[in-house]
Design a protein around this ligand. Structure first.
Ligand SMILES: Nc1nc2c(ncn2[C@@H]2O[C@H](COP(=O)(O)OP(=O)(O)OP(=O)(O)O)[C@@H](O)[C@H]2O)c(=O)[nH]1
Ligand SMILES: [Mg+2]
Length: 315
């Protein structure tokens, strides 16, 4: 099963294939913090107060955040009380299954044609790269993709997407720099309706989550999409750069206020030891992580699997 199925909410074999890529991408996080949990748990069958305290400290330093950390600790204690470790189970195994459960959030897809996906986030997080990588793979699966250059802030941004459009031979709707991003989005959806494209990927300008007018403009793009096609955008992916750590939480909050985000894309995990931020983000937003970025190559954008992610952290 391919990316198209994944976008439409189906479980998918690609996830298993990508487990190795994720493991490689999480190397820094694993070596900095998470492997120490395994060392801490070695030979232990239960969570004595001292171990609990050390685990708490490790989770906090790993950027898991106070709320998620507290919940993980409480769940681990409760789980061990209710069901002590079986002979062939380790404390790390038990923690891993709790961590996986925390990261698994339901994704509710909608049936739509064209299927419109809006990409939002602050500057430089990897929106355009993500759009290009998804477009490439969807095209390989035989889908008719349309790109929309709704990042009209900079001429370079329109050019960047135009270059991808040429290279991938995927059509693009653009109205140049300075055009109304809502109008670009509207036109792209209209074109897709007319010409029967399967999916419209809308690239938006990076914007600082603290800049109110820019955030309002994004809200407008979101609403205009719904005018072009009721129910659109069907997915709003908030792209977050994992290297920004706790700041990603503030970004998520601000973007959720102006658009109805449906999922997260967590990029640049390869460049940071802060992979634990995934737990804080899912805890705070309640949103599923849909993709993770673990490198610069096309195959480094991976459909998210909680299991592969947690295995990648703990090793
Ligand atoms: N190492 C690494 N680099 C990444 C990843 N994802 C994206 N990048 C790089 O991040 C840089 C910025 O990516 P863009 O896609 O241009 O980011 P953007 O969000 O569109 O940026 P603006 O349009 O300026 O807001 C590029 O150099 C990408 O190659 C990743 O998972 N890992
Ligand atoms: Mg961009």
């Amino acid at each position: 099963m391919g990316l198209w199925d994944w976008l439409r909410g189906k479980k998918n074999a690609q996830v298993e294939e990508a487990a190795h890529t994720v493991e490689k991408g999480l190397q820094k996080s694993r070596e900095s913090f998470w492997s120490r949990i395994k060392a801490l748990f070695a030979g232990r069958q239960s969570l004595d107060p001292e171990t609990r305290e050390e685990l708490e400290e490790l989770l906090l330093t790993a950027d898991v955040g106070p709320q998620a950390t507290e919940k993980i600790l409480a769940e681990l204690e409760r789980s061990l009380k209710e069901r002590p470790l079986s002979p062939n189970e380790t404390l790390t195994d038990r923690l891993a299954s709790l961590l996986i459960a925390r990261l698994e959030r339901p994704f509710t897809p909608v049936e739509a044609h064209p299927y419109v996906v809006l990409f939002v986030g602050v500057n430089g997080v990897g929106k355009t790269t993500t759009v290009a990588r998804l477009a490439y793979r969807l095209k390989q699966e035989g889908k008719h993709v349309l790109l929309a250059a709704a990042d009209t802030f900079r001429a370079a941004a329109v050019e960047q997407l135009a270059r991808w459009s040429e290279r991938l031979e995927i059509p693009l709707v653009e109205k140049g720099m300075g055009a109304d991003p809502g109008a670009v989005t509207y036109e792209a959806i209209q074109k897709a309706l007319r010409e029967g494209h399967d999916v419209v990927l809308v690239d938006t300008a990076g914007r600082l989550h603290t800049r109110t007018p820019l955030m309002q403009e994004l809200g407008k793009v979101y609403r205009v999409a719904g005018k072009a096609l009721p129910g659109a955008p069907h997915e709003v992916l908030l792209v977050l750069d994992a290297t920004t750590g706790q700041n990603a939480l503030r970004q998520a909050q601000a973007f959720q206020e102006v658009t109805h985000c449906t999922g997260l894309v967590l990029t640049k995990l390869d460049g940071t030891a802060k992979g634990g931020i995934a737990f804080a983000l899912v805890e705070q937003t309640g949103l599923p992580i849909r993709f993770v970025g673990v490198g610069e190559a096309a195959e480094d954008l991976v459909p998210f699997s909680a299991e592969a992610f947690v295995r990648g952290l703990l090793g």
